[in-house]
Design a protein around this ligand. Structure first.
Ligand code: PLP
Length: 339
């Protein structure tokens, strides 16, 4: 039995999801004629209380399109230093949008309104123009922490006062929502645009959705095309997304319970230095020197457990749809034996 804790992107479509995919009615989406893509877009827009949505091949493309539509060259985006848009999108903000990035140090990737307000630059022609704030909920590099709704509301007010747009990188927004009990519409009301990933814990093989106003999405559609993301019979993929939204949201709680079980074991091991607070499906922990992540990952791999390094002495575990209770128990057994 191989236990893959590398990422929640490694999930494979379940038989029922595959069935939904094969049964999908499709058409040419570049002409707006794929009924399943249209249904997915309408579903997502409706859920989050926005007018429109756009099916994209990846979360990176959805975020990059959002940056492009919300900014002009020589602007800057304000975000936490742990943000996916800064860390893991290959400096696309500079490449596609010609903008700078104003990095803030929040707490495990979570910003406050005060931090954001203090970072907004005065309007001077020699300064970058602060035009966009991006929040990430949950924050991956921060350890899957949930953004408190008060912070989002307060940051929203700051954005409104200063004329900035607010984009939410919601790759794992449903991991946050199942814990807080807030609805997608609650969070949708606080932001100008949202990107969600269908291919993480929700278990679809491909796809993300960008959500916003009609005008925003009309522009976004142009940029998706120029980035090469206009797909044809994409309904086969959209059907997996619809299935995931209908069937795989509530069960994210199981992944969270599994993450807590792993963290509980780690907290008792004398070779583990510290664990970031676990709120959802991500467990990030530091090893006591002289142990290195490479050493520990090598030992785990020999026992059939795969995970990734998040620093020289830092390891990340991610639980997901394809990690069963049995696999978690096996991991706990292996970890306990390593002590
Ligand atoms: C995974 C992820 C994305 C997008 O990733 P893709 O691999 O391009 O689909 C964006 N933001 C966050 C926070 C993510 O974890």
């Amino acid at each position: 039995m191989i236990v893959n804790l590398v990422s929640d992107t490694v999930t494979k479509p379940t038989p029922a999801m595959q069935d939904a995919m094969w049964r999908a009615e499709v058409g040419d989406d570049v002409f707006g004629e794929d009924p399943t893509v249209n249904a997915l877009e309408a579903k997502c827009a409706g859920m989050f209380g926005h007018e429109a949505a756009l099916f994209c091949p990846s979360g990176t493309m959805a975020n990059q399109i959002a940056l492009k539509v919300h900014t002009r060259p020589l602007d800057e985006v304000i975000c936490d230093e742990m943000s996916h848009i800064y860390q893991y999108e290959a400096a696309g903000y500079a490449f596609h949008s010609g903008i700078g990035v104003n990095l803030l140090k929040g707490e495990n990737g979570i910003l406050t309104a005060d931090l954001v307000e203090a970072a907004i630059k005065p309007r001077q022609h020699w300064l970058p123009k602060s035009s966009l704030v991006v929040l990430e909920n949950t924050c991956n590099k921060g350890g899957g922490g949930i953004y408190p709704m008060e912070n989002i509301r307060a940051i929203r007010q700051v954005c409104l006062q200063h004329g900035l747009s607010l984009h939410l990188d919601g790759a794992r927004i449903f991991n946050a929502l199942v814990e807080t009990g807030d609805t997608p519409a609650d969070i949708g009301a606080e932001v100008d645009s949202i990107s969600i990933c269908l291919s993480k814990g929700l278990g679809a093989p491909v796809g993300s959705v960008l959500i916003g106003s009609k005008d925003f999405i009309a522009e976004a559609r142009r940029f998706r095309k120029v980035m090469g993301g206009g797909m044809r019979q994409a309904g086969y993929l959209a059907a997996a997304g619809i299935y995931a939204l209908d069937n795989h949201v509530e069960r994210l709680r199981d992944d969270h319970a599994h993450a807590h079980m792993l963290a509980g074991t780690l907290s008792q091991l004398d070779w583990v230095e510290s664990i970031r607070p676990v709120q959802t499906n991500i467990v990030i922990f530091d090893l006591k020197p002289p142990l290195t992540a490479v050493q520990v990952l090598g030992q785990l791999l020999q026992q059939g457990i795969k995970a990734t390094a998040f620093g020289p002495r830092t390891i990340r575990f991610v639980t997901h749809l394809d990690v069963t209770r049995e696999m978690v128990e096996k991991t706990i057994e292996v970890l306990s034996r390593e002590s």
